[in-house]
Every structure is written in C-alpha cells, then in structure tokens.
Design a binder for this molecule. Structure first.
Ligand code: 9MR
Length: 388
C-alpha cells in the first residue's frame, strides 16, 4: 500500500487528468474501478515474482519465523486435498472455533474436547505447532451463558473454564490467546476497555486473573493478548493502539504472566490509510515491553475492490506484501498466521460478501487450492525478512 501522501498526490493527478480530458474516467470505468482511490492502489508494474516453489512454512522457518493458518476440523477431516495443502504449507495450526466457549461448553457442567483433540492430533501427526484460541472473549459464548452466569458465580465459571481447558491441553500448545478483543475505546471508559460480561461481573482485573490462571496450568505455552483493528492510520485505530499499549503496560507493570501480543491483521484491500512509520512505532512500543509479537489472523478483504480477479488479486497481494514487509522488520515478530488458507473457507464469504456476489478472494490460495499472488507476496516478504 502506498503511503497517504503518495496516494493523495496520485489521486489528484488522476482527478485532474480525468477532469481535463474525460479520458481518465472512461479508462477507469473500463477497468472496472469503482473509485479513483482504488485505482491508485493498483500498480500494474508491480512484480510479484518468486523463485522456486518452496512452501511458506519453509520460507518462514529459514528466517526463524513460523507460518500457519486457521482451520476448521470439519474441513480438515473431510477434504483430503485441503488437508494435504495445509500440511505442506503450514508450520502451525489454530482452530477457527473449536476452542471457543460455544464449542467447548455444550452445557454449564460439561466440557466437550472432541473436535479440539482431533485438531491437536492432526497438528502433531503433521509436525505442526498448535495455537489455542481463545479462553476469554465476549463473543461465541454458549446459549446458556446469559441465563446461568451472574455476579455471584462468574468468577467460579471463569476460573474453572480457563483452568480446565489449559490443563487439558497443557504441554501441547505453542501459544494461547488468553484474552481476545478486550479493548473498545468507543465504550468511552477511561481505560479503553470493552464492556463485556466479564468486566461487568469481575471488574477490570479479570484480564490479569485470566493470564495468571492460564499460566499456572500450562507453564510452557506463550500467553498472548490478541487484538483487532490496529493496523491503519485512522483516528479509530490510533485510539485502539493507545488503549492497547496502556493495557499491556499495566499488565506488565503488575507482573502478569503475559508473554506476547497478537495483532490480528484483518486488512482491507481498499484502505489507503496505511502508514508504515506509525505501525513500526506501535510494534516497537509493544516489543519494548519485553513482549513477542504474533500476526494472528491475517487476511485482506476484497469487498470494495473491482470485480476483475486479476486486478483484485494484485491489490490484495500488494496489501499483503506492504504490510508484512513492515511488520517482519520488527524482530519481536515470531509468527504469521492467516485466518484460513484458501478462499474456499473464509469467514469473509459470510461476514464481508461482495455487493456483486462474486466469490471473495482474501487468502493466499484460491478455492481450487492453487497459489495466488497473495501467496507470492507472502513468500517474498518471508524471503526478504531479517533473520531472527
Ligand atoms: O472465523 C470465525 C468465524 O467462523 C466465527 O463464526 C466467528 C465467531 O466465533 O469468529 C471468527 O473468527 C474471529 C476470531 O475468533 C477472532 N477475531 C475475529 C475473527 C473473525 O471474526
């Protein structure tokens, strides 16, 4: 992604050309661009060349990095072609939903580890690491949650859930997303915390408590705070970065067993407010707290991009390469995971479908499991990354 000033200048040029001649507008309409701004993101001359087909996990490993993706048990267990591709490309697996409360807690008194256990075994069989996602989140709570949990029993349920799940998988987890998305400056609290049932019932120290319980049960796993909406130079993301840093600083200053920060990285292909300097600074600030960093949920929405898959793939790939080349410059970054591997299975088909109904293309592999330019972009970013 070009920086803001470049975009503005290029945009201005397009606008003035189009205004003067009318030709620009016709050319843009032909190419299927919805806006001048999106036109400015597409660089036909950009070269996504990659030498040799070496899987992403190997390219990453050559730099001391881990590459992997999120997957769903039902797909991995039924689609052999997908499972093979996954094993070939990924050095780490994170369950898309199988370790969330809604999946693990069919009733208030029962834990169901069947799907999670299947995934752990798949990872082990294929020599992959395994991530835990997630112990504390305000979403994907079971249906019974609202009726059962109250101020009186919240702490018991909270501690019991975290201790039981982390003990069950102890020794098999590379890193746990202990707390997910606890920040929401829009909720107007001075600490920037999100109003969640846990905050309401347990107070602001619920986050610290979660880390302490998890780390005690599984001393081997990296304990991660995972957050979304931090990547761009917008007032919203800026406020979120400030709130996250404040939270991380507080946790560290209190001796919380917090080892790493997860930057989700759900990127927008149409976003022009990418500012490498600000992102670098944020990552350096996180690293200075003696925290490792993981890119936990990378993908690039193509929602507002032109329909032509060639143009779309080029813009999406540019977003991948520009983002990763900044992020991987920070030596505290140890892992990159995409939120899915192929366009066949992405949450964005449901959550951010295109207005024209065309299938979305946010991931490194297309729906036939063939690598796209986004794969090249990732390969190039790993190849260029400094060694850890
Ligand atoms: O991809 C996940 C989707 O299938 C689920 O329906 C949804 C709710 O559980 O969660 C999605 O994953 C989210 C992740 O757990 C946390 N960060 C945002 C992800 C995308 O919504």
């Amino acid at each position: 992604m070009p920086n803001k000033r470049l975009v503005t200048r290029r945009q201005a040029l397009w606008l003035s050309l189009a205004g003067l001649t009318g030709i620009g507008a016709i050319a843009i309409a032909k190419a299927g661009y919805q806006s001048y701004q999106i036109r400015s993101l597409d660089n036909l001359k950009r070269n996504f060349k990659v030498i040799k087909y070496t899987p992403l996990k190997k390219r990453a490993a050559a730099k001391g990095l881990i590459y992997g993706a999120a997957a769903v048990k039902d797909v991995l267990s039924s689609d052999t072609a997908f499972a093979n591709r996954f094993a070939q490309e990924c050095g780490i697996l994170v369950p898309n939903g199988e370790l969330k409360w809604s999946a693990l807690r069919p009733t208030p008194n029962r834990f169901d580890f069947t799907s999670g256990d299947w995934l752990v075994k798949f990872a082990r069989t294929h020599g992959m690491l395994f991530r835990g996602h997630t112990l504390v989140w305000h979403e994907s709570l079971p249906r019974w949650f609202k009726e059962v949990i109250n101020r009186q029993n919240a702490e018991k349920f909270f501690v019991e859930h975290i201790a039981t799940v982390t003990k069950h998988y102890a020794g098999q987890i590379h890193s746990w997303d202990v707390v997910n998305e606890a920040i929401e400056p829009k909720h107007k609290r001075s600490d920037g915390l999100r109003n969640t049932p846990w905050l309401k019932f347990l107070g602001l120290d619920y986050i610290e408590l979660a880390f302490r319980v998890a780390a005690q049960a599984d001393p081997k796993a990296l304990m991660v705070y995972n957050e979304t909406g931090l990547e761009y130079d917008t007032p919203r993301d800026e406020a979120r970065r400030t709130a996250v840093l404040k939270l991380l600083e507080r946790l560290k200053s209190r001796g919380t067993p917090l080892h790493a920060f997860g930057i989700q990285s759900h990127l927008l292909g149409s976003e022009t407010n990418f500012n490498p300097k600000k992102l670098r600074k944020f990552l350096a600030d996180v690293a200075s707290l003696d925290l490792k960093i993981l890119v936990t949920e990378l993908d690039v929405t193509d929602k507002d991009l032109p329909k032509d898959p060639k143009i779309r793939d080029r813009i999406v790939a540019s977003a991948y390469e520009d983002y990763l080349s900044v992020v991987l410059d920070e030596k505290a970054v140890i892992a990159v995971l995409t939120w899915g591997l192929s366009d066949r299975d992405t949450w964005l088909s449901q959550y951010a479908p295109r207005r024209d109904g065309a299938p979305v293309r946010p991931l490194p592999f297309d729906s036939n499991l063939q690598p796209k330019l986004a794969w090249n972009a990732m390969a190039r970013a790993f190849d260029k990354a400094p060694k850890r």
